[in-house]
Ligand binder design. Structure first.
Ligand code: B12
Length: 215
């Protein structure tokens, strides 16, 4: 089936095939959202899983990420033009001192696939930069990523910074990254933890329900 072929080409790291098959799927009338979720995101989830199980290595992950980008090229303008109201707005970033972004980018892709507008601040994001972005974009959800035991402590500092700046009303904070646990998330007062991108997107959708019933 067409969409499975997109996933398989993405896992194989073949940008040309992914783009061609995505265009073909559009021509054949598959809805862009379905191509994104069941073709591209499904493939990227397999890549994440294989990477975690040491069945794929970093250079291969990068090639698959490039294939994902190639598939997004024909989809993005159509998704934008549809003008579908986003489910919510999310600001994402990897905390200060940390430059790991593969997992965060996957989370961003899954959020977009779930219907969120995503503002990605990149890596090595300082507390001040997070605060400025929250004031500018007024996100429903703020997502922080950390891959080092030495930088995950920055999440606690940031939570305290958001609290003292009065930014936690009407905004939910999610945290994740390999060393981060549910227990740690609870300790620092984050609203949710996601062990992987799929769980993160599901929890973000749940948090949106909480936000809507709270106001
Ligand atoms: C790739 C990689 C790098 C790349 C990063 C490239 C990039 N653009 O990201 C490079 C080579 C640059 C790098 C550098 C370093 N790295 Co490194 N790196 C890795 C590696 C191999 C993979 C990380 C990864 O991408 N995983 C795949 C993604 C898909 O998984 P993930 O990040 O966990 O994300 C998922 C979830 O955690 C979750 N998630 C992630 N973020 C978020 C956010 C939210 C809000 C939510 C809800 C969920 C969520 O969803 C994601 C998708 O499913 C890991 C080893 C490992 N197996 O984890 C080491 C690792 C993280 N690195 C490590 C180290 C030590 C370093 C260096 C200090 C090495 C050095 N001496 O220079 C530097 C640090 C640089 C810095 N200041 O950040 C250690 C950390 C040890 C520790 N516990 O602190 C690890 C664990 C390797 C090891 N076993 O020693 N690294």
């Amino acid at each position: 089936m067409q969409l499975e072929e997109i996933s398989r080409s993405l896992v194989r790291g073949d940008p040309g095939a992914v783009e061609k098959l995505t265009r073909q799927a559009l021509d054949e009338g598959f809805p862009p959202r379905v191509i994104l979720e069941e073709g591209l995101i499904a493939g990227m989830s397999v890549v994440g899983m294989k990477f975690r199980n040491n069945e794929m290595y970093f250079p291969e992950v990068l090639v698959s990420a490039r294939a994902m980008k190639a598939g997004m090229a024909p989809l993005e303008p159509i998704l934008k033009a549809c003008g579908i109201e986003p489910m919510g707005r999310c600001v994402l970033g990897t905390v200060k001192g940390d430059i790991h972004d593969i997992g965060k980018n996957l989370v961003g892709i899954m959020f977009k696939g779930t219907g969120f507008e995503v503002i990605d601040l990149g890596v090595n994001v300082t507390l001040d930069k997070f605060i400025a972005a929250i004031r500018t974009h007024r996100p429903d959800i703020l997502g922080m990523s950390a891959l080092l035991t030495t930088t995950m402590v920055q999440m606690k500092v940031n939570m305290e910074g958001f609290r003292s700046a009065g930014l936690l009303d009407g905004m939910k904070v999610m945290v994740g990254g390999a060393p981060v646990t549910l227990k740690f998330a609870e300790e620092i007062g984050a609203h949710a933890y996601g062990k992987d991108a799929a769980e993160a997107a599901g929890k973000a959708a749940e948090l949106m329900k909480d936000l809507k019933t709270a106001f």
